[in-house]
Design a protein around this ligand. Structure first.
Ligand code: MN
Ligand code: MN
Length: 476
């Protein structure tokens, strides 16, 4: 007779470690919460397709949750009190939320730092032209994209226009069912032989990312470019703008349509802008639920990450330091730069950004043993960087150990990974910027498939685990 195989691990076998699928041991209650949260997240995505829209939505939600504008506190010189909730936004493109801790700010903060800008097509300064009976818009893409992916899909137009008289208007066209959409054309396969023989990176060029916006000419045949003029006429009627106003506009062309459930089991979400709103949202939800943390809890939503964290709204700017300096001045009712330096150097940071999930259709660019997987929970990435860890933040073992234990203690399913094979590429995040100021930082986010494509894919269970992880960290 055969002996029944034991399913129990022997003491020796417990030495092994295998990262688990997060769905497997999810309780019924957590399963329900996972799907509920995914619904909230999809709405957040639909309302925030640009960094400006995200800031507006985050500020609105924060106010509802009792967060006060730092400007008002500065004006009234109101001293900080433990448990107070404060927000600071800058140029409508970056925002930070704070919950004042029991300890002084100079003892350090717990910061979750995500970004709310996503790859897209931006309009050039003189975008509108007419060619071959069409009116089109010239674009300059933003962030790292595979250009061919942005052709032949419905696109929408979001942004602001500052007009001659100085007034500013916001536009969003292409999201409502009745709205028109826009499109970048691609050549048919019959005439695409030469294109198909090119390297993929050259088969579709930046100057071919032209957005079609019209075809009807004005009736006056004497006018050259009468299709373009008809579009200008529509813009005048609708927005009271003229061609010169494009120069002082920020119009972003993004994929049209709403975030959708993906998979027959509805386990996934297909949407534009998961990078990095899939980390921004759980950070936001997390800080909304924090009460009386030991250290000041911070949810930071930065801009310009996709182009190197530059500009006065990117992580390299003075915005965050200036804001913390103001908070210190409110706390102490005096200011000394040393307090700020101490605060930054004693802070702990989760650099909340997405990672490349292992793609079974492209296994050759991954190290299977050191990749993140869709559905295996939040990812700890000790180092990113490329070709010899170049540019990596490389979190210290001590800090990795601390975070690892925090997650395990809070029953958070997590996994560890790099981004791709050793010499395959790697990527950068905001991690190194806060590390430069002395903070302990680790990259910690969600696995994405199709990263930087018009529609990216994530797992709902990873979103849920990330929310639990960020909340536990902010509260610690
Ligand atoms: Mn990112
Ligand atoms: Mn990115």
């Amino acid at each position: 007779m055969k002996k029944e195989a034991s399913t129990k691990k022997t003491e020796m076998e417990k030495l092994f470690h295998e990262f688990k699928n997060a769905w497997v041991d999810l309780s019924d209650n957590d399963r329900e919460l996972t799907f509920k949260m995914a619904g909230e997240y999809k709405k957040f995505l639909d309302m925030g397709k640009t960094e400006r829209e995200c800031v507006s939505k985050i500020v609105t939600m924060a106010k509802e949750k009792g967060f006060k504008n730092i400007r008002d506190l500065i004006t009234s010189k109101k001293p900080l009190k433990e448990g107070m909730k404060i927000y600071a936004s800058y140029k409508d493109k970056t925002v930070a939320l704070f919950v004042i801790g029991k300890e002084s700010i100079e003892k350090g903060m717990n910061i979750v730092g995500s970004h709310i800008d996503s790859p897209r097509l931006d309009l050039k300064a003189s975008p509108l032209y007419e060619d071959a009976e069409l009116a089109l818009l010239k674009t300059h893409y933003y962030g790292g994209i595979k250009k061919y992916q942005w052709a032949t899909i419905p696109l929408s137009m979001h942004g602001v226009i500052v007009k001659k008289d100085g007034s500013k208007i916001s536009i969003a066209i292409g999201e409502d069912e009745d709205d028109p959409v826009f499109v970048v054309s691609d050549i048919l396969p019959h005439l695409g032989k030469e294109q198909a023989a090119k390297k993929m990176s050259e088969g579709f060029t930046g100057e071919q990312l032209n957005v079609i916006i019209g075809n009807i000419p004005l009736k006056d045949k004497k006018i050259k470019e009468h299709i373009k003029l008809n579009i200008l006429n529509i813009l005048k009627e609708k927005y009271n703008m003229e061609e010169i106003d494009f120069v002082s506009a920020e119009i972003e062309i993004v994929p049209a349509g709403k975030a959708r459930d993906a998979g027959l089991d509805r386990s996934l979400i297909l949407a534009y802008g998961h990078d990095d709103r899939v980390c921004a949202f759980p950070s936001l939800k997390g800080i909304f639920e924090i009460e009386h943390p030991q250290k000041m809890a911070v949810a930071l939503f930065t801009d310009k990450e996709e182009i190197g964290s530059v500009g006065n709204t990117g992580m390299c700017s003075a915005f965050f330091d200036n804001t913390v300096a103001e908070l210190i001045a409110l706390e102490k009712q005096e200011y000394n730069e040393l307090y700020l330096r101490r605060a930054l150097a004693q802070s702990k940071v989760l650099s909340a950004d997405v990672n490349a999930g292992f793609d079974p259709s492209f296994p050759e660019v991954f190290d299977k043993r050191n990749s993140s997987y869709i559905g295996k929970g939040i990812i700890l990435t000790k180092f990113t960087g490329s070709r010899g860890k170049s540019g990596a933040n490389d979190a210290h073992a001590e800090f990795v150990g601390e975070i690892k234990n925090l997650f395990t203690a809070n029953k958070i399913v997590w996994q560890a990974s790099e981004l791709g094979k050793v010499d395959a590429g790697g990527g950068g995040t905001i991690a190194y910027i806060l590390a430069n100021k002395g903070a302990d930082v680790i990259d910690c986010g969600i696995a994405v498939l199709n990263m930087h494509a018009p529609f990216e894919l994530v797992s709902k269970v990873d979103l849920f685990m990330t929310y639990k992880a960020y909340k536990a960290f902010l509260q610690s």
